[in-house]
Design a protein. Sequence first.
Lengths: 305, 99
Amino acid sequence: MLTVSSLTPAQLRARLSGPGLDFQTGPFVNRLHSNIPHLAAGLALLYADYPLIDAGGFADFHLDLSQPGGIRRWWRPQVRFEQDGKFPFKPLPVAQAQPFCEWMMNWCVSNRAHGYLIIHAAVVEKNGRAIILPAPPGSGKSTLCAALVCRGWRLLSDELTLVRHADGMLAPLPRPVSLKNRSIEVIRAFAPDAVFGALVHGTMKGTVGLLRPPAASIGRAGEAATPHAIVFPQWEEGAPATLEPLARARMFMQVADNAFNYTLLGARGFATLAALAERSAGYTFRYSKLDDAMEVFDGLVGEAR
Amino acid sequence: MTGGQSLQRREWDGEAVLFNDLSGATHLLSPVALWLLERLEAAPDDLPGLGAALDAELAAEAAGDGAADADTDTDIAADRERLAELLGDLHALDLIEPC
């Protein structure tokens, strides 16, 4: 199987500015067009291990992140997102093309992939047991997810948990982990070998650093995972690592609040979420030190099956 | 019960989540609210009837626990007021309606 890394920089740019770069992320094929050189360079680094798909076949999502022409190309250069002939979002400074691309790829999934219950949550797996981490921004979800992945856990996603309706299994969608502001330095100190794309400053979320996902997680993107626990993390200065059980019905309601398409799915969403709640223990988790958190999470999944 | 709705529920440790396909809403219900709803699903009833049924249910539970005399000083009026409030809450959620 060819990966994006098999393309030379020139070939990658030619695909992006020509027929499109077709590559697979989890269950989806993306077709990306762009005329932005630094976006191509970022993709070459962060998406090197992703399956490359022959151009011209079926693609789930068609994305175009390009610089408009005219004098705007030179004065206040911007990147705009186009999909199916529409521009659903305002353009951003061209320097933000890489995180914009990530946000748009997430947007495509959360707005279209209703063959899954989609929870706004990170999800990682070890020893055959997956842990879902739903949480609002600022809770330390992505930092915790990145730390776990850097310690050998399999990344399924740092942002979108996909629950299959038919069997309740979790479909992996491993993509770069988006870290913001202080979290970037925290993970660099925690895992000095971690590879980041170029830092992007001044976004609506502050400074963004995209962590390259482990090749092993991408290689297992076709292997669904069994849900084991749902943990609501909250980073708190100086707090000892504390894991507390969460009543199942309350866990259900909190997960529903964190799902993108629960309401849209109606009775089907209720049934899928109920089955997920049935098989997953619920917890709240407060922590301040990542090493302590690693110990608690290792304890949650126990020994290898 | 409000006509035309189909309710799905899951119960864990006494608490329940309930999906109403008519409103599309999901509710978290206490054990008493669930008991009340199931009672009304079986047959319509009024406040005195539901109050008496709740008293009987509580007495049966207390007897089972060997605490039959524990509720002798219950303030029935306050109890009925709470029950009416709970019925009001279920009505506000469009799960039940006056008949």
